[in-house]
Design a protein around this ligand. Structure first.
Ligand code: 5GP
Length: 118
């Protein structure tokens, strides 16, 4: 259980190293890892270490600085791994395809020449 009484989300368990994942970037408050079912040659999930925000709207309202940090981490990964052009997608709500209710972005891109996926 978390301090708010919730069961740990899948992404909290990845951040805690309880579930293995290929982690590509970390800060004190953000963690990024390769999606298990990639929808593009570069597909990285960028999320918060803690799960108090269910989606990007809640995060923007509750901690805009953390949202900015998440986007900055995504931009850094894109600079390293992509061809410089990318999609940053926040599925928001079940009908929009959200399956994990712990805020996260999908970075989707084609690999760049120096990318691990390239
Ligand atoms: P959502 O559909 O909520 O926007 O995104 C959830 C994402 O988590 C999906 O793209 C899905 O492939 C990914 N995912 C689900 N389970 C795992 C897992 O165990 N490990 C990793 N690395 N990604 C996962």
């Amino acid at each position: 259980m978390t301090s708010t009484g919730q069961e740990p989300s899948l992404f909290s368990r990845i951040a805690a190293r309880e579930i293995p994942a290929t982690i590509v970037a970390e800060t004190d408050r953000i963690i990024a890892f390769e999606d298990i079912a990639p929808q593009a040659p570069v597909h990285v999930v960028i999320t918060t270490r803690t799960q108090q925000y269910r989606n990007v709207v809640e995060l923007a309202a509750g901690d805009p600085g953390l949202l900015a940090e998440l986007v900055a981490v995504a931009a850094g990964i894109a600079a390293e791994r992509s061809n410089g052009q990318f999609r940053l997608v926040f599925n928001t709500g079940q009908a929009a395809g959200q399956t994990v209710f712990h805020v996260h972005a999908h970075l989707l891109a084609q690999p760049g020449p120096g990318s691990p996926a390239g």
